[in-house]
Ligand binder design. Structure first.
Ligand code: ATP
Ligand code: MG
Length: 265
């Protein structure tokens, strides 16, 4: 008999982590983490302070070579690739502490993200050939479109660091989107935002997903994360302690214990 193929088959995973581990000296920060992120999903990565969430992002983006395990993206193994090679394959991120080019304008910060994916090299840019001038004009227009998408068009000429904190976070997301990633990693994007800013961020994240970018989101604000994600992965002391829908995770005894047992830092 032919196998039955239905429309409800799950999408093939975009990102697969297999037994991913990272030790810093004697400290195992990430301990055999295995998970999948489906194409088109918003996946939350939660866990108490020091659980290893940011380290997972650092491993996926090639900042550290893992002590063990694999990262597979779109069917390709990423281990051994440089961070810029991984970005070129379609994974970009934001940082837990906002990182913007302080001396540049809002528009220029997004243009930097676009320059990373242009064909014309630095030498060509320095010579300012006709092709690079055309490319420059395209980058300028694309950067304006991106600012428009995230609601920052009116601030294009402002110095990046003159923006209120919430908008600096939005700008960092716009810069990460400039490379038109397939996967966007957001490390605590809602931290430090006011309630209205969080609501706007939530709609922006949904919009980015609806436009075709898969998202993994680290977040401590449970209300924010539970209302946004399709699925959650919970880490504690580097290990996966639970994975499932927000409803499943909210009633998971080991998750509740990990949070209640975690001392404040
Ligand atoms: N480069 C490093 N060198 C040594 N130890 C590190 C390094 N990076 C992270 N760690 C340690 O690894 C553990 C996991 O850190 P990580 O930053 O991944 O946690 P996190 O889940 O992101 O925490 P938080 O919620 O506080 O951001 C911590 O004990 C941290 O001190
Ligand atoms: Mg972190």
């Amino acid at each position: 008999m032919e196998p039955v193929i239905t429309d409800s088959q799950p999408a093939p995973p975009l990102l697969v982590l297999s037994d991913l581990s990272m030790a810093f000296g004697g400290l195992v920060a990430v301990d055999r983490v295995t998970t999948r992120v489906a194409d088109g999903q918003i996946k939350g990565l939660i866990g108490p302070n020091g659980a290893g969430k940011t380290t997972v992002f650092n491993l996926v983006t090639g900042i550290y070579p893992p002590s063990g395990g694999h990262v597979e993206f779109g069917g390709e193994r990423l281990i051994g690739l440089e961070p810029h090679e991984i970005a070129a394959r379609g994974i970009t991120r934001t940082f837990q502490n906002v990182r913007l080019f302080a001396h540049m304008s809002v528009l220029e910060n997004v243009m930097v993200g676009l320059h990373l994916q242009t064909r014309a090299g630095l030498l060509a840019a320095a010579l300012r050939t006709r092709a690079t001038r055309r490319e420059e004009a395209r980058i300028h227009a694309d950067a304006r479109d991106l600012l428009d998408e995230v609601g920052l068009a009116g601030r294009a000429g402002d110095r990046a660091t003159d923006l209120p904190f919430g908008l600096q976070r939005t700008l960092e997301i716009a810069r990460a989107l400039a490379a038109r990633p397939r996967l966007l990693l957001l490390d605590e994007p809602a931290a430090g935002l006011t309630a209205p800013e969080r609501r706007r961020l939530g709609s922006l994240i949904r919009r980015i997903r609806d436009d075709g970018t898969t998202i993994v989101l680290v977040e401590h604000d449970m209300e924010f994360v539970m209302g946004l994600v399709d699925e959650l992965l919970v880490l504690d002391h580097g290990s996966v302690i639970a994975e499932g829908t927000p409803a499943e995770i909210q009633s998971d005894a080991s998750v509740i214990a990990a949070y209640l047992g975690a001392p404040e830092r």
